[in-house]
Design a protein around this ligand. Sequence first.
Ligand SMILES: [Zn+2]
Ligand SMILES: [Zn+2]
Length: 375
Amino acid sequence: MAEPDVKHRPPMTKTEDVSREGEREQDGEGENKMAPGKTPANQQRGSADQLVQPYTLISLLTSVLFLISSALIVFAAFRNTLTWHLQRFWGASGDFWQAGWDRILDAVGEDPVNFWVFGTVIFTFSVYWILGGIYTVMDIINKPGALRRYKIQPGTNEPVETKRLIKVIGSVVFNQIVVGLPVSYLSYFLMAWRGFPPLRELPTFHWVCAELALHILVEEISFYYSHRLLHSRMFYKHIHKQHHEWTAPISVTAIYCHPVEHIFSNLLPPFLGVFIAGRHVATAYLWFAIAIISTLNAHSGYHWPFFPSPEAHDFHHLKFNQCYGVLGVLDRLHGTDTVFRNSRNYARHLTMLTLVPARELYPDQQPKYKQQKAL
Ligand SMILES: [Zn+2]
Ligand SMILES: [Zn+2]
């Protein structure tokens, strides 16, 4: 899932990134414009040094520490102003959400089973199929053509094969209802044992933010390791292979998988944080919606402008043994993204702040000096 994944990149602004990329291209192609005092060999070596960044654990930690300390200083300076504005905003919109929540409770009652079991299944099913349905229609009719510029693997699923799609829909609905309903019951009993907060009282803005941060962290850890386990010889052959039938995934293949995988790798990681925090069902709904939208985006096969990059998980489907995580932090620490980071897909792995597709901004074509090296 989610996506939200530009954080693990080196501390380089987008403008710098683009301009460096431009330098690389120019270095490769502008062979006649030699800098004074430089031999072609030196110039090539200089370009290669710029291209191959020494990504070590220490450089990663230094970057993270630098970012955290800068953020802390800025936060400390603006804390009071920030909190005042946020509380004012939340005070106004909080009433709006609370009034809406009260209306829902007045209509459906306050039985926790309705919220944790049926509500969860209906809500997650709806989010999945409203967004997934739009993607599916686009995949079937192969329109609008203009949006195909954003395809990560152009030429694949244009249009999608009907027989394969029907198989996916059947498996996904089975996982959502037949597997999802009993698992939701189990989660209800676990939450009841853990203790519910008052249902009518929505959590505070600060608590929602803290809880979401916890959920993202817990999911990154639990999804990464459960996913890596699924790639062990035995589990891959009998369980995970189904999900990897799609080397170029489409959105609704997000939970097209063996039921055992669905329980341990799709349902457990998002639920674990909810169980640890032991909090409100409304926050759980918000988190489940974020997780679903994130995984649909990660499998969509499209790299949209202004959205978190789906390049890493798409690359996972293409190469099988790269990019197991969601954010990419654990992949970096375990070195399970080395091939990815040396690919063109990695250059495109950022939230695009322009309407130009990532494939056009960072085309497959290699700079000339790289092609000469390969000869
Ligand atoms: Zn996998
Ligand atoms: Zn996948």
